[in-house]
Write a protein that binds this ligand. Structure first.
Ligand code: DC
Length: 213
């Protein structure tokens, strides 16, 4: 079974993806980490994010098994990932690995921006998780404030809007809800309610697929 969880930055799709995977006993891949790792490799080598060839080379060399999640979290890597993820060659280099991951037994939950549209268009269930930019900025701000109390909410909101624009506006595999995805708006839901709603949507989708045509 493959479940696709897509959505914009700070929508909660990562947390949901993890919980959905644990619930069904599936593998889980946060595909944002792949783009973050490519960006991090460039930054570590002192290369520019505009160096498309270097970004493609880093994507080709990426080992999905050695992603250092703690190092890849954070606003800098996220912003840089959004920049290098516009290059079609980078996306192409990461495509096969993601599909191979999805194909491994017993199945997987992948979360990202283009899972339901490009990586796993045949997924058994697709959820598109969203929330208003203001709510996503508030959640991210509360989280970042723990380590940076001076951080202004307005600057987090501006970053979220900029990232939405770049992720949705790019030509290659933009952030877009698949036609057959189910929408989950978490603006007014806490994580537990969002998780229960997601399970309901997935179960409805799976039940619909079992019905004789
Ligand atoms: O989900 P995230 O914030 O960790 O993702 C960081 C960036 O990586 C995001 O702004 C765009 C890019 N990304 C992508 O283009 N496609 C994906 N499937 C996942 C992430």
């Amino acid at each position: 079974m493959i479940i696709a969880v897509d959505g914009p930055a700070a929508s909660g799709k990562g947390t949901l993806g993890k919980r959905i995977a644990a619930h069904y006993g599936l593998n889980h891949l946060d595909t944002g980490l792949l783009y973050r790792a490519v960006a991090r490799a460039l930054l570590d080598e002192g290369k520019l994010l505009t160096d498309e060839d270097a970004a493609i080379a880093a994507a080709r060399q990426l080992d999905f098994h050695t992603l250092d999640e703690a190092r890849l979290r954070g606003a800098e890597a996220g912003e840089a990932a959004s920049v290098i993820s516009v290059y079609p060659g980078v996306r192409e280099a990461l495509l096969r690995g993601q599909r191979e991951f999805a194909g491994q037994k017993p199945g997987a939950v992948l979360d990202g921006r283009d899972i339901g549209t490009v990586i796993c268009p045949e997924a058994d269930a697709k959820i598109f998780v969203t929330a208003s930019p203001e709510e996503r900025a508030k959640r991210r701000w509360l989280e970042l404030q723990k380590s940076n109390p001076a951080l202004a909410y307005e600057s987090v909101l501006a970053d979220i809007r900029k990232r939405d624009e770049r992720d949705s506006g790019r030509v290659a595999a933009p952030l877009k809800m698949a036609d057959d995805a189910r929408l989950l708006d978490t603006t007014k839901l806490d994580i537990e309610a969002a998780f229960q709603t997601a399970l309901g949507l997935i179960e409805a989708e799976l039940a619909g697929k079992k019905e004789p045509k």
